[in-house]
Design a protein around this ligand. Structure first.
Ligand code: SF4
Length: 321
């Protein structure tokens, strides 16, 4: 991929936390990938697999233990606190819960305007005008912008949060389970808005979700994480048509299909997700994998790509790294 198309490159990112005593929680353990400009990369996996930690680490809301994050070719780990603060206007985050993401004492207008004030973007009149336009863009009427968060529904609040994330014209937004706290009836509205923003404004997303059917609607490519490792990464259609990793195969087989005539083989995932404090040796998935061999218990599979850019970490389908 040519360098001008690359927005973000994560190289061998590790994020460890100190647990009790000498225990170390390896929440993210050697993850590498590239995000193109304007691309939506879905990031899926069970709760506790490290996907939210990875999202926060990319924005340096958490400091990486090891690894390099290149954003438009610039190494974020080398930026000072002040430089990183300025960089944040280009990199935003939308959290899961729109109820706790907004200050209840600030009006909608004040909340959306806050990043412009922080980054000193435009004059006072320009800031007001920009917020008005942005709130209109995400579906609010003029009379609503002086109201407080409690006067809105969950879906409306998440649209306010999205407006706030967009107001500083970022190129990249980490969306951490942005619709899971919302009623099913408003999920589609928020997802459609996010897709529209991606198409019209070219904003790239890292779209984190435990729900594969949601990720399918918005992603260009999808990455699958298991216990701190990335185990598969492919174009969206390719991943659904031809999942290669046994974990991805099991996840996909568990998606409910609304057509009773369509029969698919369910692949049960046995046991719980092991603790990241004491992950299994070799391939971390071997304790739950129906194809595991002796080799899988001792040797960690390398992540490699095929000629179509479909990446996987499994001894069953070894590919070039
Ligand atoms: Fe299963 Fe072995 Fe592949 Fe891991 S490396 S997913 S245990 S077959």
């Amino acid at each position: 991929m040519s360098d001008e198309k690359v927005l973000l490159q994560a190289n061998h990112i590790k994020k460890y936390f100190q647990g009790r005593g000498k225990n170390v929680v390896k929440a993210v353990d050697d993850v590498s990938f590239t995000l193109k400009k304007g691309e939506t990369l879905g990031l899926v996996g069970e709760s506790g697999c490290g996907k939210s930690t990875l999202g926060r680490t990319l924005l340096r809301l958490l400091e990486p233990t090891e690894g390099e994050i290149l954003y438009n070719g610039q190494d974020l780990s080398k930026l000072s606190v002040k430089e990183m603060r300025l960089m944040r206007q280009h990199m935003q985050m939308v959290f899961q819960n729109p109820y706790s993401s907004l200050n209840p004492r600030m009006t909608v207008l004040e909340s959306v305007r806050a990043p412009l004030d922080i980054f000193h973007i435009g004059s006072s009149d320009e800031r007001f005008e920009k917020c008005r336009e942005m709130l209109k863009y995400v579906g609010f009427e003029e009379y609503q912008i002086y109201r407080y968060p409690h006067e809105f529904s969950g879906g409306q609040r998440q649209r306010i949060v999205i407006a706030r994330a967009l107001i500083s014209s970022p190129d990249f937004i980490v969306c951490d389970e942005p619709v899971s706290a919302l009623d099913v009836s408003v999920r589609a509205q928020v997802l459609n808005l996010m897709r529209e923003i991606n198409e019209q404004r070219g904003v790239a997303y890292l779209f984190i979700s435990h729900d594969l059917s949601v990720v399918k609607h918005v992603s260009d490519r999808i990455a699958v994480m298991y216990l701190g490792n990335m185990v598969e990464l492919a174009e969206c259609e390719e991943l659904y048509r031809n999942p290669k990793h046994p974990y991805t195969q099991a996840l996909l087989s568990s998606i409910p299909i609304p057509d009773p005539d369509v029969k698919i083989e369910r692949i049960p995932l046995e046991g719980d997700l092991p603790s990241p404090m004491n992950p299994p040796s070799g391939c971390r998935f071997h304790t739950r994998c129906r194809f595991a061999t002796e080799r899988c218990k001792t040797e960690r599979p390398a992540f490699g790509y095929d000629e179509n850019g479909h990446g996987v970490a499994c001894h069953l389908c070894e590919q070039k790294g």
